[in-house]
Design a protein around this ligand. Structure first.
Ligand code: HEM
Ligand code: HEM
Length: 219
């Protein structure tokens, strides 16, 4: 058990991080090249002004008609992404670990705030799961990989919460926590979670098409 702990808390963190960064760079470059090959005019077509205008509208809560039509889903999705990114980055335990390893540190949130954000992420994961299971129009578009991805996202939050509250089995749960966090990081570039990388480009492209060509709004 001790050896597993050492491996998961040391080398595997590095491996996961390298796969995440390397995979993201690879995906961005290969998709950019592929897009240029498939469609020769795609880049002259892109308009920075209309691209940014569209990205901005879609990043603002209730900035699009679509989001105004589904207020519960919109609030859930925004809270989810906010907590999902902010809680791990500004968690005291994580900041301390990084400080001990590399001597760099930054601002952190209180443990209570982190706890609330963690619970929120888990609850919204359940909400996403419920939509996929019970809403007919969402169920129709759902495949097994969507459930796996939801599980991947929820796992570090469930195990992090478990470890922080010192529920039984601390060592095993801590290993599960690190492992699930590492799998999540490594999976981002190669699964649907890569929407994090591609969002500005897909939105920017549609924004350019609507703004510069059709002279219409896309939000
Ligand atoms: C990969 C290496 C990681 C390490 C070494 C690590 C380590 C830790 C540690 C030591 C704690 C505190 C547990 C305690 O107080 O005993 C913790 C909590 C937590 N971790 Fe991680 N973590 C990692 C990755 C991640 C990732 C990728 C995420 C999310 C995407 C994440 C989310 C959380 C959350 C949300 C908590 C706190 C839960 C709460 O306070 O309710 N961790 N982590
Ligand atoms: C940082 C930039 C990110 C942006 C702009 C973004 C944007 C979005 C958008 C627009 C949706 C779709 C909502 C809809 O269906 O209308 C979504 C869903 C989702 N995102 Fe992100 N996202 C980001 C990062 C992430 C990250 C880092 C993760 C996880 C590691 C993540 C996990 C998810 C999940 C699990 C869903 C919903 C899945 C479901 O419907 O079952 N996102 N995101």
């Amino acid at each position: 058990m001790h050896d597993i702990y050492i491996f998961v808390s040391g080398p595997l963190v590095w491996i996961a991080f390298i796969i995440f960064v390397g995979g993201s760079v690879y995906q961005l470059i290969s998709r950019a090249v592929l897009a240029g090959k498939k469609d020769q005019v795609i880049y002259s077509y892109m308009s920075p002004f209309f691209a940014l205008r569209s990205i901005f509208h879609w990043l603002i809560p209730f900035g699009s008609v679509n989001s105004r039509n589904k207020p519960v889903f919109t609030i859930a999705t925004f809270m989810f992404h906010l907590c999902l990114i902010l809680a791990p980055v500004f968690l005291f335990a994580h900041v301390t670990l990084i400080n001990e390893a590399w001597g760099v540190s930054w601002w952190f949130i209180s443990d209570t705030t982190a706890d609330i954000m963690t619970v929120l992420v888990i609850l919204v994961c359940l909400f996403f799961l419920g939509r996929r299971l019970f809403l007919r129009e969402v169920k129709y578009l759902t495949s097994v990989s969507d459930y796996v991805i939801l599980g991947l996202v929820a796992a570090p939050f469930i195990t992090g919460f478990w470890a922080y509250h010192q529920f039984p089995g601390y060592t095993v749960i801590m290993i599960a926590h690190m492992l699930s966090g590492e799998i999540l990081l490594a999976a981002i570039p190669f699964t649907k979670l890569s929407h994090m990388l591609f969002f500005p480009f897909t939105r920017g492209y549609i924004g350019s098409e609507f703004g510069a060509v059709r002279h219409a709004r896309d939000w």
